[in-house]
Design a protein around this ligand. Structure first.
Ligand code: ZN
Length: 189
């Protein structure tokens, strides 16, 4: 190996380290998705790194929200970016979040990285106020309407072991589960 090749190899290794690990997103019916997450109690460098990895994993999966249970971590932690990388100010990290106020109603189509290709209309509050902790453990409040409100409700549901299909009528949920089972059988899930 020539010198330049070695330095290139080292550079690419560093590049990969910088990006961090891309975590695999688990799909329904993985039991971790139905289990309420544990509260996060340690706010250290490891948590900061995990948050960055969650953003990268979310972007890699083409999502605007990702909750820790979706990468097999049963913890109350979620990341959201409704701008999908366009505006860093729209990156939201919610640790141990709770919805403390909600108003109104919106009905829009929803999807989920753990339920690829499945979409359906879900009724959500139009506006929510959420209290959460940031990566340093500091408590803050965030308000959101429309898509951000929807994303926060969807992601906080994940931390309680609830998927959007659990918010549909029994009939619709059964139809979707039948569709998934068919896809599983055909090796498409
Ligand atoms: Zn989801």
């Amino acid at each position: 190996m020539r010198c330049s090749e070695i330095s290139m190899a080292i550079a690419s290794r560093f590049e990969r380290t910088d990006v961090g690990k891309i975590h695999e997103v688990v799909k329904w019916p993985n039991p971790v998705l139905s289990k309420p997450g544990e509260r996060v109690t340690v706010f250290d460098a490891k948590l900061k790194k995990l948050v960055e990895e969650m953003f990268e994993s979310m972007y890699a999966a083409q999502g605007i929200g990702l909750a820790a249970p979706q990468i097999s971590l049963s913890q109350r932690l979620t990341v959201i970016d409704c701008s999908f990388r366009k505006n860093p100010e729209e990156k939201v990290v919610l640790i141990n979040p709770e919805i403390i106020e909600s108003r109104g109603k919106q009905v829009e189509e929803e999807g989920c990285l753990s339920l690829p290709e499945i979409r359906d209309k879900v009724t959500r509050a139009e506006w929510v106020k959420v209290r959460a902790q940031d990566v340093t453990g500091k408590t803050f409040e965030i308000e959101g309407t429309e898509l951000l409100a929807r994303a926060m409700q969807h992601e906080i549901d994940h931390l309680d072991g609830v998927l959007f299909i659990d918010r549909l009528s029994r009939l619709k949920r059964d139809l979707i589960i039948r569709k998934i089972k068919k896809m599983q059988k055909n090796g498409e899930w």
